[in-house]
Design a protein around this ligand. Structure first.
Ligand code: GLV
Length: 316
């Protein structure tokens, strides 16, 4: 009898693939010398696929005739073609909620790191400059206006934290939400009122290049950009120009347009803080995310309702 096989495009979260190893054959694609050949040889046995952020498009689905579920290991699913999956009656799942706090914590961390010049201060000491010269002043969070782009779970958690730091909160998104903060339906107008613009919206076509030179111009010379959403939300070339021309004061970025590639131009800018997509990257949260992937796959392959389905309604 053929063994049910799970195709893993990327290494799982802690414990994730080990938990599935017990009952299924796992094809760990990154370990294969010829990935395409490995998929071809196992195609008819592959009933489930799991990925963290590696893309899953229609051509891969077409190569797997018995695929029942694509279990995403992230809350975001812009790397999975949901329409193509739905057309082929393949279930898609994600890992919502469990990473909300850690991601919002990172948003605050980046804001403080950037505005209080923490990375610059570290470099200043290591370069032996403290004994020779003074260090420039940073900026307080208290009293500043934070504009949140995308008031979903992570946006709300960020707002809650920023509130505790004495910031005023405003937000932009496709629709007004039931939250006690002023809503803007025009992003540039909101940016003009903000000291900090923080991105917490989903990625994908609907938010692609939402932040361009025009919005950055409205944010202005004293404004900071924080991106903990997706690199695609920002027109990266426009951001580079805005930073080097001091159109905005600085940026702290956890996500980029073409990860893991980050333009060298950022590396020489002291008004930029860079982290390698670590919003959910704690042992505790990634372990929970891994457990959710396992639950979704097990439910699907046992003919039960999956706990975290993603459908086209989540996009529209
Ligand atoms: C990470 O970026 C996620 O979407 O979970």
């Amino acid at each position: 009898m053929a063994t049910k096989t799970i195709l893993a495009l990327t290494p799982g979260h802690p414990g994730q693939l080990e938990a599935l190893d017990k009952d299924y054959t796992i094809l760990r694609l990154w370990k294969e010398r010829d990935a395409e050949q490995a998929i071809k040889e196992n195609a008819s046995n592959i009933v489930a696929l799991t990925t963290y952020l590696a893309p899953v498009r229609a051509n891969l689905m077409d190569a797997l005739p018995n695929l029942e579920i694509i279990a995403g290991g992230a809350v975001g699913f812009d790397h999975i073609d949901i329409q193509a999956a739905q057309d082929r009656q393949i279930i898609v799942t994600n890992t919502p909620d469990v990473l909300t706090d850690d991601t919002a914590d990172l948003g605050i961390t980046l804001m403080l790191t950037l505005m209080r010049r923490v990375v610059e201060g570290d470099a200043f000491i290591r370069a032996g400059l403290w004994t020779k010269t003074g260090f420039p002043l940073g900026h307080s969070l208290r009293g500043k206006t934070l504009g949140i782009v995308g008031m979903g779970a992570i946006g709300s958690a960020l707002a809650e934290r920023a509130n505790a730091f004495g910031m005023h909160i405003v937000y932009y998104g496709p629709r007004k939400k039931d939250v006690p903060y002023p809503y803007f339906d025009d992003l540039a107008s909101m940016a003009a009122k903000c000291d900090v613009l923080a991105l917490t919206c989903p990625g994908g076509q609907g938010t692609k290049h939402l932040i361009d030179y025009n919005v950055l111009g409205h944010l202005g010379q004293k404004g900071y950009l924080i991106n903990i959403a997706r690199g695609s939300v920002v027109k990266q070339d426009d951001l580079l120009v805005a930073l080097s021309n001091k159109i905005i004061a600085g940026a702290a970025l956890d996500v980029y347009e073409n990860e893991p590639n980050v333009p060298d131009a950022f590396f020489v800018m002291d008004n930029v803080v860079l982290t390698p997509h670590i919003g959910s990257a704690t042992y505790e949260t990634r372990t929970r995310m891994g457990a959710m992937v396992v639950e979704n796959i097990r439910a699907c392959l046992n003919g039960k309702a999956v706990p975290n389905p993603v459908t086209l309604e989540h996009i529209n």
